[in-house]
Write a protein that binds this ligand. Structure first.
Ligand code: FES
Length: 297
């Protein structure tokens, strides 16, 4: 695979690793210290609970938009003294408040990254921390240093916006370039017709087994005599669910601990935000057969 310039650049920044690991320990430790409420909070921050979709990308659009509007308002106020300088101040403040939430959700997603994506995520997050500091300094100058420092405050906000755009580029590269937080089941549909995958005795009660079906891996579990099938590939980062633990109706991903219901593929705990595709499994003529579940209109 041809590496992009940004990947080549970040691959040489080994100093990011200890910083990234420190951040992961701090975030993991903070959520663990909160115990059960911490788990709920972490799921909400990922978007696993409530939204059912990654929360960070949605939140991070708000500060970018607010800061862009703020810088435009600042420039207009510099050119036309009748235009209130408070418009830029307000937009900057809104961006900072929502930016804090975006930072918290981003650090939560960063907690389950590894290898090269951890380095890219650390570079992205660190740049955004610098952006927040620059924007905060600009806001302090506006509020406490008087109108004589307004030009400097605007210059800082412009620098902050340019850095934020660079950070957003890295964030986009994380998702679209190297696939962080992308639904790993987005491209596999499974067969329309039933295909044989084994005999009933191959699927004993309470055991999870992965079988290949038309190029996909399907996890089949027998519970109370009935067979259930969901994708074996964890939607979060592709972990093999058949290597995870089965607890009643829930399978736990061995990589980062996401939990999915084997009956409906639903997320019971993050970091996964997307549910697992469901397959219909039947026993017919001494065979176990699988096809993708029909979507009801
Ligand atoms: S791969 Fe991350 S939880 Fe499954």
């Amino acid at each position: 695979m041809n590496e992009t310039m940004i990947d080549r650049l970040i691959r040489h920044q080994s100093w990011l690793d200890p910083w990234g690991a420190l951040l992961q320990r701090a975030v993991g430790g903070a959520y663990s210290a909160l115990r059960a409420p911490g788990r709920v909070l972490k799921d909400v921050a990922h978007g696993s609970r409530g939204l059912g979709h990654p929360l960070h990308p949605a939140l991070s659009d708000v500060p970018l938009g607010a800061w862009f509007v703020g810088v435009v308002a600042d420039i207009v106020a510099l050119a036309d003294h009748a235009f209130p300088t408070q418009a830029g101040d307000l937009a900057l403040a809104v961006g900072l408040v929502v930016g804090l939430a975006a930072l918290a959700t981003g650090l939560t997603d960063h907690h389950e990254t590894y290898g090269h994506e951890l380095r890219v995520a650390t570079a992205h997050g660190s740049l955004m921390v610098v952006v927040m500091a620059v924007m905060f300094a600009s806001l302090l100058l506006r509020w406490f240093a008087g109108i004589g420092f307004h030009g400097l405050a605007v210059a800082l906000a412009i620098c902050g916006l340019l850095l934020a755009l660079a950070g957003a580029y890295l964030g986009g590269h994380l998702s679209f370039g190297i696939g962080t937080a992308v639904n790993r089941n987005a491209f596999g549909e499974g067969p329309d017709e039933y295909l044989p995958v084994g005999r009933p005795e191959d699927f004993p009660e309470g055991q999870a087994r992965a079988v290949p079906v038309a190029g996909l891996a399907v996890l089949i579990v027998r519970r109370q005599g009935r067979l259930f099938g969901i994708s074996d590939t964890c939607s979060h980062a592709g972990g093999p669910l058949h290597e995870g633990e089965l607890k009643g109706d829930v399978v736990i991903c061995p990589w980062h601990g996401s939990r999915f219901c084997i009956r409906d593929g639903g997320v019971r705990r993050g970091p996964a935000t997307f549910g697992q595709p469901v397959f219909e499994v039947r026993e017919e003529g001494g065979l176990v057969e699988v096809r993708r579940a029909r979507v009801l209109d």
